[in-house]
Ligand binder design. Structure first.
Ligand code: ATP
Ligand code: MG
Length: 425
């Protein structure tokens, strides 16, 4: 019986995996420049962490979690996102006690959500994300946004748009919440069941409903912008000033609300407006979560972060017809003729590899012609030919496949020669 991959998951095969590595390298190098350091948390956590940290009324908790009991009956959940785990680790490992603040972390790895699979939406997907925890300062919000954008820029994307909003502080949100309830309550029976349930717990989330997005009350809903108190307004304006200073264009969208319950102040999304990108245009989402660390049992520690999926970044590259600059060339293919030459080739191969020169030989006992063909299939930059004669004379023939130039090299100089040609050393 043949097995099939579970729905909503993917195999990432050679040819594509190099593209993933390329993106991961860009992300990691950017983090280094911005001084974010990697944290690796477990792939599963106690279910409570997510119910608490992501929020009861979110889609994630309500319908997307992979939750199971282990053999001792503990409820565990495959992580649907990274922030709750980072907050947990921040508290559990007392990272707040480190005199260097904020604590700046990044993560990269698979997340799991039971969703309806479609382009850009998987059940296992890879997120790269960062969190800056410990300080409330719009300069950090600007830094987080700038880091996200610079990754897309380095990857070569041109059609990128930053959409931003402020959800205000607790007081602003509370005032806005009252106004939203007053706005939706009289006609709430025209909305989906989820929205009806959310009306009193988290009416802000109604604005994020995908089912009722065209209802006329959506467009006329009270805007959070009108409920921001002075402090929240000042915070937001300062952030916008920083963005302008950094030459980062933005659009303020008063209806932008993020899916997670713990956001306040800054909320943002990075979208692709490339033609043909399809229905899902959000590449990354993030925002400030000043209550989260306390919510998971820690001290007061404001935070901000964002997450992007590698899948959607790759899809955006596709839409802009950008081909990641990845190849898998072989530096040197050694074609050997005869048993003795072949044994010598095996030794040379090990020496080349020890010098970091990607190299290969034939394992199928092919004739010379077949070995040349194999070298060609691998786009080998050099083919080194070793027969009994060459071996007796302690020489090897090296052909540069680009120029067609062929040289006879002393066997004991071969590795140095290859190194000089491949690495310039
Ligand atoms: P959406 O509204 O598209 O469902 P979301 O609000 O659930 O997004 P977040 O939880 O904020 O998304 O996750 C941040 C980023 O992770 C998204 O912007 C997207 O790049 C990516 N992402 C989220 N869910 C998926 C998924 N199922 N498959 C691939 N990428 C995803
Ligand atoms: Mg979602």
């Amino acid at each position: 019986m043949a097995y099939k991959i579970p729905r909503g998951t993917q195999d990432i095969l050679p040819g594509d995996s190099e593209k993933w590595q390329w993106i991961e390298t860009i992300a990691k190098e950017t983090c280094k420049a911005y001084q974010y350091r990697e944290i690796r948390t477990p792939m599963f956590e106690h279910t409570d962490l997510f119910t608490r940290g992501v929020g009861e009324s979110t889609d994630i908790v309500q319908k997307e979690m992979y939750t199971f009991d282990d053999r001792k009956g503990r409820s565990l959940t495959l992580r649907p996102e990274g922030t709750a785990s980072v907050a947990r680790a921040f508290v559990e490992n007392k990272l707040y006690a480190n005199p260097v603040q904020p604590t700046k972390l990044y993560y990269i790895g698979p997340m799991f959500r039971y969703e309806r699979p479609q382009t850009g939406r998987y059940r296992q997907f890879y997120q790269f994300g960062i969190e800056a925890i410990g300080i409330n300062d719009p300069a950090i919000d600007a830094e987080v946004i700038s880091l996200a954008l610079s990754i897309y820029k380095k990857a070569g994307l041109k059609n990128i748009k930053l959409v931003i909003n402020s959800l205000g502080d607790k007081d602003s949100r509370a005032a806005h919440k009252e106004a939203l309830i007053r706005h939706f309550e009289p006609r709430i029976d025209e909305f989906c069941g989820d929205c009806q349930k959310r009306l009193h717990t988290n009416p802000l989330r109604i604005l994020d409903c995908k089912q009722d997005r065209d209802h006329e009350l959506m467009g006329t809903a009270p805007s959070i912008q009108d409920y921001l108190n002075e402090e929240s307004k000042e915070y937001f304006n300062k952030l916008l000033t920083y963005l302008s200073d950094l030459d980062i264009p933005y659009t303020v969208d008063p209806n932008l609300v993020r899916g997670l319950d713990y956001y306040n102040h800054t909320a943002f999304e990075i979208m692709s407006d490339a033609e043909g990108f399809g229905a899902i245009t959000t590449l990354a989402g993030g925002g400030r979560y000043n209550g989260l660390v306390e919510e998971v049992g820690g001290p007061e520690a404001p935070g901000i972060g964002f997450a992007m999926s590698i899948e959607r970044l790759l899809a955006a590259l596709d839409a802009e017809q950008i081909e990641p600059p990845v190849t898998n060339e072989t530096d040197c293919f050694i074609a050997a003729l005869g048993d003795k030459a072949r044994d010598a080739a095996v030794r040379l191969l090990a020496q080349l590899r020890a010098e970091g020169i990607s190299s290969e030989i034939d394992y199928e006992n092919k004739k010379l012609k077949g070995q040349f063909k194999a070298a060609e299939r691998r786009s080998a930059k050099f083919i080194a030919i070793l027969g009994e004669n060459e071996l007796n004379e302690q020489k090897i023939n090296v052909k540069d496949t680009e120029t067609g130039e062929q040289l006879e090299i002393k066997l004991d100089e071969f590795v140095r020669f290859m190194k000089a040609n491949i690495t310039g050393a």
